[in-house]
Design a protein around this ligand. Structure first.
Ligand code: 1QQ
Length: 397
């Protein structure tokens, strides 16, 4: 049993841990956010919360998101900020955990008094954290939540303060499965999914519907857990069904394990149609020779020759010495979409005005393409079906 004192001590440690990772970032020369704006002096910074998974099961994605958002902030501030006020990101680690996500959302809203929040990384964390912002009436842009009920019809009721810049699995998975079916004549598949991740179990339901719509039989459904390490028995079970492909809905950590085991047990090759968790170069690196089996629905095509994309990829490479990935690109995009709405709002810290300006976002140029929000606040953008060749995501065609 945990005593009250024990609980308080745990809470203190949790807050201490959070305080230790809390970072406020602004371009050099920015004024402290506490300084009131004076008509004669420089304007106060505009704080924007960034709640992301720097630790925990989704820690592959958080650092990429941080890099994307920071690059956007630096560029926005270097070109005059929001009517002369600089953006200051307040970065918090959601720990890939629902409770910590709720705690950092509360801190960003009540202590930092941010103008808006980007995040959190996982859909399961968003299901707990987004209602905190909804209740406070603070705009949020989801930058990597792909599960169901994030915007539009939300599991927790009204969610009209929440926007989404990340392509939902309801769009990505059917597109990937259809492309795979058309090319590979899929008739029978096995579905594997990470049952303790919301986006992944949502993805399993979406795969089931998409398979039925495409006349594909799911011979067997195999749940696994985020912490599972040995996938040999799961893949042996799948092999027993002689599938034409495997559908796999899970995070990057398990994605590479599934791919490696499929590579071992199907030396002749077997395609794995993956979820959004597969959309990381870390999966390609970890899966090695087995990575090219992957087919995945993606929000971004790195090779797009659109100027906004080309400029972004170059700036990212110049700053970090490596290519961006989908997660960095979505965070960069959301930060720019937010800044654009702040400029149009007339008053970036007026939450209702900011929400209205976000809703009016239309055909805004981003590396994802021309960006608009639907009336349900979801992203409207193309979907790309990709595979892996020579260590890179490339179009599957
Ligand atoms: C979600 C996801 C994850 C794979 C992104 C980090 O799509 O939780 O919605």
């Amino acid at each position: 049993m945990i005593t009250l004192r024990g609980r308080l001590a745990m809470r203190t440690r949790l807050f201490a841990g959070i305080a230790a990772v809390s970072v406020v970032l602004a371009a050099c020369g920015g004024t402290p956010a506490t300084q009131p704006s004076a008509s004669t002096g420089p304007k106060a910074d505009i704080k924007v919360g960034l709640a992301i998974s720097l630790t925990g099961a989704a820690n592959i994605y958080g650092p990429a998101q941080q890099n994307g958002a920071r690059l956007a902030m630096d560029q926005i501030n270097a070109s005059g900020g929001i009517d002369g006020a600089k953006i200051a990101l307040v970065i918090e680690d959601d720990g890939s955990a629902r409770d910590q996500g709720i705690t950092v959302f509360r801190k960003l809203i009540n202590e930092d008094k941010v103008a808006a929040i980007l995040g959190p990384t996982l859909s399961g964390v968003a299901a707990g954290a987004h209602p905190v912002a909804q209740q406070a009436g603070l705009p949020v842009i989801a930058i990597s939540n792909t599960g169901v009920g994030i915007v539009g019809k939300c599991d927790y009721g009204t969610c009209d303060w929440i926007f989404r810049a990340s392509l939902g699995e309801e769009t990505a998975l059917p597109a990937a499965l259809k492309a795979a079916k058309d090319k590979l004549n899929l008739k029978k598949v096995v579905l594997m999914f990470e049952s303790d991740q919301k986006f992944a179990s949502d993805g399993a339901d979406i795969f089931k519907k998409a398979a039925a719509d495409n006349g594909i039989t799911i011979a067997r459904t195999i749940p696994y857990k985020t912490a599972d390490v040995d996938f040999s028995a799961f893949v042996t079970q799948a092999k027993g069904e002689s599938p034409d492909a495997i559908l796999a809905s899970g995070l990057a950590g398990t994605a590479s394990k599934v791919l490696i085991e499929v590579g071992k047990q199907f030396p002749q090759g077997l395609r794995v149609v993956g979820s959004n968790g597969f959309n990381s170069p870390a999966v390609i690196t970890a899966a090695g020779a087995a990575a090219p089996n992957m087919i995945v629905g993606t929000a971004w095509n790195k090779a797009s020759t659109d100027k906004t994309n080309v400029d972004f990829v170059k700036a990212f490479k110049d700053k970090y010495g490596a290519d961006p990935d989908q997660f960095a690109t979505q965070a960069y995009t959301a930060m720019n979409v937010l800044a654009d709405a702040m400029k149009r709002s007339g008053n970036a810290t007026d939450k209702a005005a900011l929400k209205k300006a976000l809703e009016a976002t239309k055909d805004f140029a981003t590396p994802l393409g021309a960006f608009s929000f639907t009336p349900e606040h979801d992203v409207k953008q193309p979907v790309f079906v990709m595979t892996v060749k020579d260590g890179q995501f490339v179009p599957f065609n």
